[in-house]
Design a binder for this molecule. Structure first.
Ligand SMILES: Cc1cc2nc3c(=O)[nH]c(=O)nc-3n(C[C@H](O)[C@H](O)[C@H](O)COP(=O)(O)O)c2cc1C
Length: 177
């Protein structure tokens, strides 16, 4: 089993990145930051004669990494009570892969959400959209860790993390045994 942490924050050393690092500490994994990749907006080609594909950016190289890993940890800060544009655009582009029969089925998906303003109650839409997208793509959504934090080093300084953090860390650890 292999694990890919996809950080959807523009801060490469911020709270989402740190939460992913803490979750996967000493567990074999690869980390990528979407901000390091060029991604175009999704184009809906369904009513045209053009193929549902865009090879002019870094999307295919990102999907090669997704293909190579059984477990994905998606991380996002809360931006305007939703996920960041980086993660949204990346997930929008999954439609291209779906159209090309990409093997999404059975990949395990975990979600990390970090926000400043009561994300446990005000950012639940992020989990809802990721869970429903996973169901549509036949992926196995395994849960969310939601943490309240704002300044870039807040998560690094948190001594206590939610119970879901330990549950998910143990689960990923067991998969790697
Ligand atoms: C553009 C922008 C929009 C934000 N919108 C929200 C929001 O709607 N709700 C919230 O709880 N926090 C919001 N925040 C705060 C971030 O979620 C918070 O600072 C988070 O810890 C950042 O994570 P990061 O360090 O991984 O980037 C926003 C921050 C920015 C920069």
């Amino acid at each position: 089993m292999t694990t890919l942490f996809i950080n959807g924050s523009p801060r490469k050393h911020g709270n989402t990145a740190t939460l992913g690092t803490r979750l996967l500490r000493d567990l074999d994994h690869t980390t990528i930051h979407l901000t390091d990749y060029r991604l175009n907006f999704e184009q809906d080609q369904r009513e045209t004669n053009r193929p549902q594909v865009d090879r002019s950016d870094d999307f295919e190289s990102l999907m090669a990494l997704v293909r190579a890993n059984d477990t994905l940890v998606l991380g996002t800060p809360v931006y305007w009570y939703g996920m960041t544009g980086q993660l949204k655009v990346f997930m929008d582009r999954w439609f291209d892969s779906y159209t090309a029969n990409f093997p999404f089925a059975n990949k395990r998906i975990y979600l990390l959400v970090v926000g400043a303003d009561q994300p446990e109650t005000k950012a639940t839409g992020i989990t809802q959209s990721v869970r429903d997208s996973c169901e549509w793509l036949q992926m196995d959504f395994r849960g969310t860790v939601t943490v309240t934090a704002d300044a870039a080093d807040d998560v690094a300084n948190l001594s206590q993390l939610p119970a879901t953090f330990a549950r998910i860390r143990n689960e990923i650890g067991r998969q790697l045994e």
